[in-house]
Ligand binder design. Structure first.
Ligand code: ZN
Length: 352
């Protein structure tokens, strides 16, 4: 990395879905060449972006960016799309996994299966990618696909992306709203959690509603992790975490990644990009205050959301480090927020 500030390892991006929409694995070269998006190799070098969780996410048929228009109102309650069928989900998911594999084959990133893999990649200036599944629609009820994806490198999974699955009920995009919006995990969802624990796949709590969150808290043996969520006390959005949830994350020695999506940052919940970095720091302050400085990191949602105008791509990340400094965070805390906390929690979750 050209940037000599602490490298940023990030809890969530949707670049694989963006490349899927652009045409699939054949578009992987654009990641190295420079693409019209938030993350690519040239921008990563400029911003000191070291990698993070690369999500495989199955968009609903016909799903576009029109939902963001609705989210510019002063209150909203977006209907969740219908569940998607297994065969459709597997077709889309496999295309995105193929893109991830192609990115590795082209030398753009390294798919990391252990924390040692991540440290090696970061030290070599390579992008360290965790293969993550956001919404388990592509997993069959017998969980056979889970084993197959694990063998391909899967190390993190969210049972739902808001839309209902056979494993549970997600949280809708609603503002203002409590995250307590309905039933949580199904019995099959609990089986999925147990199997993830056995295999060493991290379970992601972002997009679960509050009941689902507590189901995982009761049944998972691992630290509780929300890869890309913010503080409900500051932005009362259904997707954000209450102080009780943040305390449970702290009690389990897990962590939360700060989401840059403006609708989860702004106090008015609007998906509008004119958000100062001071608002980002407000969430960090609150989450550090409640969960502790070892349990907060970043989870940008790059290539999957509208983000603050100063942080439109990973090339802008130096501005965030600078804002942390000016705000009074010392070097040790900044290093924890940038990557050290993620490595610590992954070590506890996967084993060293
Ligand atoms: Zn998400």
């Amino acid at each position: 990395m050209a940037c000599d500030e602490p490298v940023i390892f990030d809890g969530h991006n949707d670049v694989l879905c963006k490349l899927f929409r652009a045409g699939g694995p054949g578009q992987a070269h654009s990641f190295a060449d420079g693409r019209d998006g938030a993350i690519d190799l040239p921008k990563a070098r400029t911003g000191g972006f070291g990698g993070g969780f690369f999500a495989v996410y199955v968009p609903s048929p016909g799903d576009g960016d029109d939902k963001y228009e609705e989210m510019t109102r002063s209150s909203y309650d977006l209907p969740l799309p219908d569940p998607v069928a297994l065969e459709y989900a597997q077709t889309v998911a496999l295309s995105q996994v193929a893109t991830l594999l192609e990115l590795e084959r082209q030398g753009s990133l390294v798919i990391c299966r252990t924390v040692a893999d991540i440290r090696t990649a970061l030290a070599a200036g390579r992008i360290a990618a965790i293969f993550h599944v956001e919404g388990a629609e592509a997993i069959d009820p017998d969980l056979h696909m889970l084993d197959v994806l694990y063998a391909a490198g899967l190390r993190s999974l969210g049972p739902v992306w808001s839309r209902d699955t056979i494993f549970g009920y997600g949280v809708p995009f609603r503002f203002p709203s409590s995250p307590d919006t309905g039933d949580g995990l199904t019995d099959l969802g609990l089986r999925l959690i147990r199997r993830c624990n056995q295999l060493g796949i991290m379970v992601d709590l972002s997009h679960l509603n509050e009941a689902g969150f507590w189901d995982v808290a009761r049944h998972s043996e691992k630290p509780l992790v929300a890869t890309h969520s913010n503080a409900h006390a500051i932005c009362p959005h259904s997707r954000n975490l209450t102080d009780d949830q943040l305390r449970a994350i702290a009690d389990s020695d897990g962590m939360v990644g700060l989401n840059f999506a403006v609708a989860f940052l702004r106090e008015d919940g609007k998906m509008l990009a004119d958000v100062p970095l001071s608002q980002v720091l407000k969430h960090l302050d609150h989450m550090i205050n409640i969960a502790g400085e070892d349990r907060v990191g970043l989870g940008s949602d790059y290539d999957g959301a509208v983000v603050p105008q100063d942080l439109t791509t990973v090339a802008g990340l130096p501005k965030l480090r600078q804002a942390m400094k000016v705000h009074g965070y010392d070097d040790a805390l900044i290093a924890k927020l940038c990557h050290e906390n993620w490595l610590r929690v992954l070590e506890r979750t996967w084993g060293a």
